[in-house]
Ligand binder design. Structure first.
Ligand code: BDR
Ligand code: CA
Length: 319
């Protein structure tokens, strides 16, 4: 058996963030969960992370709270319940007051320390990119201690926060820019693929029928989230954005990637936060790549059935 990949999930739970945690905790050597503002305020996303580990019996995984706002700009992510995740950031299940403590260490320090202590560490940011961007700025040598970043964010096509910008990048585009210019190998799992993997009523029924405490909580989450995404975007179920960034590291056959250069738009009048993906595949007359060197592996296709098989199998293992 090959060793599990060591990783930290940096998240803003968030319904699909919880799905990412559940998938990652069983399939990876999860060193920690770090939280950031995003789908709701930082106190709420941190509470939701604590709730999620308690429901699933994962209290051994350390949790560290990070940034409550973007690095440079005002926080424009709404904490008003109008988005996909409701007022609490995790509407749907009855959320008890969690008792599992969080670390006293800030997420940025936790990420750096863990990177230095861990061979082959992978980072999986699935919320606004603030914590990881700050870690790279504050501790520049961290780039030598991270094997790869698999992030949920961006898109080769449409956006969701704006017409062209995906939420996790748009919510702190300057931090995303730091990541994409850091030289750390990147897998970008964006909306163009994640919107194709949705928790349809049939999948939600299958999950509820599992009957375990965790599965019922997940079904409650997915019912709320799916209803919201149907209203907001006309989708047939809640998109499994965040667990796909985890899946990208554990099964190479779920997503198909292409190397390309990705620039983060920081100045556009209508395009702030867009991931400008250069997939022209331009070549010189002699076959050399032309234009900026690829800085990311960008997901361009997804096998949704294969993802669901993995996810449902893993969910069966929870109490
Ligand atoms: C991303 O934004 C959040 O709503 C989800 O948790 C996901 O990380 C999708 O754009
Ligand atoms: Ca998220």
């Amino acid at each position: 058996m090959t060793a599990k990949i060591p990783a930290i999930i940096d998240c803003d739970p968030g319904h699909d963030d919880v799905m990412g945690i559940l998938l990652g905790a069983r399939t990876m050597d999860l060193k920690g969960i770090t939280t950031v503002f995003g789908n709701a305020s930082l106190p709420k996303t941190t509470k939701n992370a604590r709730y999620a580990v308690e429901v699933a019996g994962l209290e051994h995984i350390p949790i560290a709270a990070g940034y409550d706002r973007p690095l440079l700009r005002e926080d424009e992510s709404a904490d008003d319940g109008a988005g996909a995740h409701g007022k609490t950031g995790l509407d749907g299940p009855v959320i008890h007051e969690p008792t599992v403590p969080i670390l006293e260490e800030h997420a940025v320090d936790f990420i750096y320390r863990t990177a230095k202590e861990t061979e082959n560490l992978h980072l999986i940011p699935v919320g606004p990119m603030t914590n990881i961007g700050a870690a790279i700025r504050r501790y520049p040598d961290i780039v030598d201690h991270i094997t790869e970043i698999s992030l949920m964010g961006g898109s080769t096509t449409m956006g969701n926060a704006t017409a062209v910008a995906e939420f996790n990048i748009w919510a702190d585009a300057e931090a995303a820019h730091i990541i994409f210019t850091s030289g750390i190998p990147i897998k970008m799992v964006g909306l163009n693929v994640t919107r194709q993997v949705n928790a349809t009523p049939a999948y939600r029924k299958q999950i509820r029928d599992m009957g375990s405490r965790t599965a019922v909580a997940v079904a409650d989450m997915l019912d709320f989230y799916s209803e919201r995404l149907k209203i907001l975007y006309g989708l047939p179920g809640g998109s499994m954005h965040d667990p796909l960034a985890v899946a990208a590291l554990i099964d190479p056959n779920i997503l198909t990637f292409e190397s390309m250069h990705v620039a983060i738009e920081l100045a556009g009048t209508n395009t702030y936060g867009m991931t400008v993906c250069d997939y022209r595949g331009r070549r010189t007359d002699t076959g050399e790549p032309r234009g900026e060197k690829p800085n990311a592996e960008v997901a361009v296709a997804v096998d949704a059935d294969r993802f669901w098989k993995l996810f449902l199998d893993i969910l069966q293992t929870y109490p």
